[in-house]
Design a protein around this ligand. Structure first.
Ligand code: DAK
Length: 260
């Protein structure tokens, strides 16, 4: 795997992806977005034994401090539309990825950075993490799904307050509001994410993938979530892993899942 702005390490089925622009607080420029598209849309799909992905930011200060503001200068409405649609497409690939993706947030997750963390399935924050959608400070609104996903996590009132005041919230408040799953000592956010992925890795991979698809259907207005659950359920019933899981339970032993 070769990217301009991402560093990847792959061990025991777990891919750690580090956004690597620490001098710009890992701001998401178009190159970084294309790297993420290449990774989630292609390269990671080719890893047969992949069990999960941790997405994090390089350096001590930031997960991602937003979309790269230097690329906004002179943007017209048409270009803005293209950029936004392109970003949506990449973030949907992450949200719909068949393996769990965890954002390990050790600092600023602002604007596009908060949006990126929200597109991941889970979020692990260090005590130093800060979340915010400061687009109104720039005369913008979020362009990568922030107005929708923030409401899903924290509710309409809290989302509107964050979006209209541009105030940041700290890790503890993000935990209370349901924006993050765990808060851990600074520096251990990646380890904690790996620990969670290792736990999920012991479960049946098809069942995990179908769980993601069924839960996503709740938020997809083109789908009926209950009908989608029926479809995904039927897919799990026909797997060898289901037979193994049920047999192992009855034989009082640990199941060994093969992913089919
Ligand atoms: N873009 C580009 N560079 C950034 C950046 C960003 N978002 N955030 C930080 N940097 C750069 C700084 O310019 C600085 O660069 P140098 O001056 O050293 O060259 C370097 O990172 C270190 O930053 P600071 O010196 O400012 O560090 P501090 O610790 O003093 O402050 C800070 C940290 C996070 C509070 C501050 O850097 C800051 O306020 N950053 C900007 C936060 C922000 O407003 N982020 C953007 C949110 S808006 C759309 C799609 C998406 C979006 C909108 C539209 N369409 C498709 C149209 C989303 C927009 C956003 O994300």
């Amino acid at each position: 795997m070769n990217y301009k702005n991402l560093i990847t390490t792959y061990n025991d089925g777990i891919l750690i992806v580090t956004i690597n622009r620490p001098k710009a607080l890992n701001a998401l420029n178009q190159q970084t977005l294309e790297d993420l598209r290449q990774l989630f849309g292609n390269d990671a799909l080719l890893l047969d034994d992949l069990r999960g992905v941790v997405l994090t930011g390089a350096g001590e200060k930031a997960f991602v401090a937003g979309a790269d503001i230097t690329e906004f200068i002179g943007l017209d409405a048409h270009e803005g539309l293209d950029m936004s649609q392109n970003g949506h497409d990449i973030f949907f690939r992450i949200e719909r990825f068949h393996r769990p993706v965890i954002a390990a947030v050790g600092g600023y997750a602002l604007g596009g950075g908060c949006e990126l963390a929200m597109a991941c399935h889970l979020r692990v924050a260090s005590e130093k993490a800060l979340f915010g959608q400061p687009e109104v400070n720039l005369g913008l609104i979020p362009g990568y799904g922030g107005t929708q996903r923030l409401v899903q996590y924290v509710g309409k009132g809290r989302a509107l307050e964050m979006l209209m005041t541009a105030d940041m919230i700290d890790a503890q408040k993000a935990l209370e509001w349901g924006l993050v799953n765990h808060v851990v000592p600074h520096g251990s956010q990646v380890d904690k994410s790996v620990e969670i992925l290792k736990k999920i890795a012991k479960k049946a991979p098809v069942a995990v993938a179908k769980t993601i698809a069924a839960v996503n259907a709740y938020f997809d207005n083109k789908k009926d979530g209950f009908s989608q659950e029926v479809i995904e359920f039927a897919q799990t019933v026909k797997t060898d892993d289901f037979k193994e899981g049920a047999s192992a339970f009855l034989e009082k032993r640990k199941a060994i899942f093969k992913g089919n």
